[in-house]
Design a binder for this molecule. Structure first.
Ligand code: NAD
Ligand code: NA
Length: 395
């Protein structure tokens, strides 16, 4: 098959296997180039196939020779359809991991369900005995509650007032105003149920109950704060309430881990183009400007650079550096005063006409297409692709 990007709004319904592999190999190369990392050797990554999750899996495996189990929800290829990009990413990751002699197995299914937790527990018991790190990197618009069966949908809405600001259609480059209606009854609770900390806690409870967590066990979940200008739709909006809940859950989990001196952390990460973040209004325009400013200041990072820094300069130090609220901050460069001042200045004057010159729309687009394996210089997109129907370690 010759595979081309087919986009619908902020989603791309096709993915390119060799391109996705290229993205994974580039990340592996980056980690190897930075040298060995002293971090846990038996790692479970939940949300392991794209974005920060695959970056975490790669960092553990190729930085620290860790055995990894990855859980995710991806589509295999089917008649006339490519697989989803996380499928190809994982196939490429496992191929490289196995070639390097590393243990890597995967479970594809709904991480919110009891069934997938049970499968994961069985696999850990069979192969690894215990786990010393759980990375929780799920991002999902829906969750079916495993006890009640209620299906929750999350939303990205301001709370209280209509929020009006600029946004960009990153395909056309058109900058325009968007007004987002405030949340209605149930939106906050629904969003907290999907993206809050309940499922993270359920995972840790389930693993601990089976005695699968080692002494000094650590777990980390990813959060976001961002600038003033996105506050109404992000941190002070419905998704922000879910992040508040996730962050509070870290303390709750740490309490439950006292007997094994375990600890749960939040890492606040930088704004990056992923399948999840491109769905949030206003943020893509902010990111186009942020990328420009961070690149101009030589402090731009992608998921892999972020996680490499999380592992080597934060999470596994004897004294883990945190902010006043106990959170690890690797959004420090994004939030630097001079960076934010410059972005705010550009924000005031950005229009359809000048976005290409004052912002980094091209960089945004490029990363968006990279998510699906497109726009890699190394790949000849006129060539037939290989069908990747198998992930070697898929259970
Ligand atoms: P992503 O969309 O790239 O990754 C989501 C992962 O979750 C994928 O592996 C997907 O397969 C998996 N997944 C989704 N639903 C699932 C389900 N029901 N069962 C099993 N797996 C499922 O997202 P991302 O941007 O890497 O986000 C990961 C975390 O990082 C989120 O908590 C997000 O809020 C946070 N974060 C993101 C940004 C950003 O700018 N992208 C910044 C800071 C923090
Ligand atoms: Na992820």
């Amino acid at each position: 098959m010759i595979i081309e990007p087919r986009t619908r709004g902020f989603i791309c319904t096709t993915a390119h296997p060799e391109g996705c592999e290229q993205g994974v190999l580039n990340q592996i190369e980056y980690i190897k180039s930075k040298g060995k990392i002293d971090s846990p050797k038996k790692v479970l990554v939940i949300g392991a196939s794209t974005g920060f999750g695959i970056a975490s899996r790669i960092t553990s495996a190729f930085g620290s020779d860790a055995s990894t189990i990855g859980v995710f929800f991806e589509k295999p290829p089917s008649e006339g359809r490519t697989a989803s990009s996380g499928w190809y990413n994982t196939a490429a990751f496992e191929k490289a991991a196995h070639k390097a002699g590393l243990y890597a197995k995967s479970i594809n299914g709904d991480a919110f369900s009891n069934e997938i937790k049970e499968q994961t527990i069985a696999l850990i018991k069979k192969d690894l005995g215990q786990i010393d790190l759980v990375v929780y990197s799920l991002a999902s618009p829906v969750r079916t509650h495993p006890v009640t069966g209620v299906k929750y949908k999350s939303s990205l809405k301001p709370i209280g007032d209509v929020y009006t600001n600029k946004t960009v259609d990153f395909h056309t480059g058109e900058v325009k105003e968007i007004s987002i209606d405030p949340s209605v009854e149930g939106d906050i609770e629904n969003t907290v149920a999907v993206m809050g900390g309940e499922d993270w806690e359920m995972w840790i409870d389930a693993l601990k109950k089976e005695n699968l967590l080692s002494d000094d066990f650590k777990t980390v979940a990813y959060s976001y704060i961002g600038p003033k200008l996105t506050e109404p739709v992000y941190r002070n909006g419905t998704i922000g309430r879910a992040k508040d809940h996730l962050e509070a859950t870290a303390f709750k989990i740490t309490d439950k881990l006292k007997d094994i001196s375990g600890k749960a952390y939040i890492s606040v990460n930088k704004a990056l183009v992923t399948q999840s973040s491109s769905a949030i209004p206003v943020i893509p325009l902010y990111m186009s400007l942020l990328y420009r400013v961070m690149k101009d200041n030589n402090v731009h990072e992608g998921c892999i650079e972020q996680i490499q820094r999380l592992y080597t300069e934060r999470l596994f130090l004897d004294e883990v550096p945190t902010d006043n609220e106990g959170r690890i901050r690797i959004d420090d460069l994004e939030m630097r005063a001079d960076i934010q001042e410059k972005v705010a200045e550009l924000w005031e004057k950005v229009t359809t006409e000048n976005l290409m010159s004052i912002g980094d729309l091209q960089g945004y687009r490029n990363e968006f297409f990279h998510l699906f394996g497109f726009n890699y210089d190394e790949i000849d997109y006129t060539k037939e692709t290989e069908e990747v129907v198998d992930i070697a370690g898929l259970q």
